[in-house]
Design a protein around this ligand. Structure first.
Ligand code: ATP
Ligand code: MG
Length: 325
């Protein structure tokens, strides 16, 4: 793929020495950059390897399962770049097997952007007008995926998570005091490649359930799995999610203006009856529910980690502390 200089031996040693409860305390220096639904994003090492971001996925049970995810990952990126025309961060996917536990772990390795260039950091420094411009740029990129889907319906479709925290601004100069005239965005949230070929989803939904507490799997399967697997194929849901995230980022002040921007962006579709205008209340209600569910879910995962500890079982996932919302 991207031909990044990945130090596999370092990754192996990192995984071997990792205590998922305290990822920062191993022999190899590391720092958690972000927690995802499916991966944990890490900075690892001290040398050139620190210029990369490492997304750790420890949920694979067999080599075949891991291989399948790797192939899908490469395929989805290729479609995004070459057919949809998104700019995607240079990345590669590698597999590490822990000699001690036998655990199979995939690391998605990407070029790392300076934190100041990533969307959810940028929005705290920009004037409201520029944030609006940034969100419109995100909508334009996201819409490329949905236009592609429309053209290839039933044959080849992609899901995308358009949240502001999933994009970096190319060649961003944080000292310039604002956005450049032409905003170029780079997409990097690639760990869950939603790809539907001939109407069949290629991403294994079980991967989402793996990291869930075993006592919750049945209810998640019943109530949430379908939504998780389909929401990223729905432009309206994706846009609501993009705006709702501004509550989480403590920029609720921008929400009304952004709702207007989204509806403006979709004016032609709204006119044609293909898109119901979004409202602030709807976005707020969505956010509250989403935040509540995630908080609850995280707490249950911590209970699960505790139970694993009691039983002397290895718990492979890195969990966040309290998340500010
Ligand atoms: N290549 C990168 N360069 C710089 N920062 C990154 C990079 N990739 C991820 N991050 C940081 O980590 C955060 C989470 O990453 P990312 O969006 O890829 O995963 P996620 O949304 O947490 O989830 P999931 O695992 O569910 O796909 C980002 O918002 C960003 O702050
Ligand atoms: Mg993300």
């Amino acid at each position: 793929m991207a031909g990044l200089a990945i130090d596999l031996d370092l990754l192996r040693r990192f995984e071997q020495g990792l205590d998922p409860r305290f990822p920062e305390r191993g022999e190899i220096p590391a720092r958690v950059m972000g927690y995802g639904e499916i991966s944990t994003v890490l900075e690892i090492g001290v040398g050139a390897e620190r210029d990369l971001a490492y997304k750790r996925m420890p949920m694979f049970r067999t080599a075949q399962e891991a291989e399948r995810h790797e192939v899908l990952y490469r395929q989805a990126i290729q479609v995004l770049e070459e057919r949809v025309g998104l700019r995607v961060v240079p990345s590669d996917v590698v597999r590490v097997v822990n000699d001690r536990t036998g655990r199979i772990v995939i690391y998605i390795v990407q070029e790392r952007f300076p934190a100041e260039a990533v969307g959810h950091q940028v929005i705290h420094r920009l004037p409201a007008d520029d944030v609006r411009r940034l969100v419109l740029a995100v909508l334009r990129e996201t819409a490329k995926v949905f236009d592609f889907n429309k053209e290839h319906r039933g044959e080849l479709e992609l899901g995308i998570d358009g949240q502001i925290s999933n994009w970096a601004i190319a060649d961003f100069d944080p000292t310039a005091g604002g956005l450049p005239d032409e905003v170029e965005l780079i997409y990097f949230d690639t760990s869950s490649p939603f790809l539907t070929v001939n109407g069949k989803e290629q991403l294994d939904p079980e991967l989402f359930l793996r990291s869930a507490p075993s006592f919750m799997v049945w209810i998640l399967r019943l109530l949430f799995l379908e939504d998780v697997m389909t929401r990223y194929y729905d432009f309206r849901k994706v846009t609501i999610d993009i705006i709702a995230n501004f509550f989480k980022e403590q920029r609720a002040d921008l929400v009304p203006d952004l709702v207007e921007a989204v509806n403006g962006f979709c004016a032609a579709e709204i006119e044609a009856g293909g898109f119901k205008p979004i409202t602030v209340d709807e976005v707020r209600a969505y956010y509250r529910e989403d935040a509540w569910i995630w908080r609850l879910y995280l707490n249950f995962r911590k209970v699960d980690r505790f139970l694993h500890g009691l039983l002397g079982k290895d718990y492979p996932y890195i969990l966040p502390g309290k998340i500010k919302r």
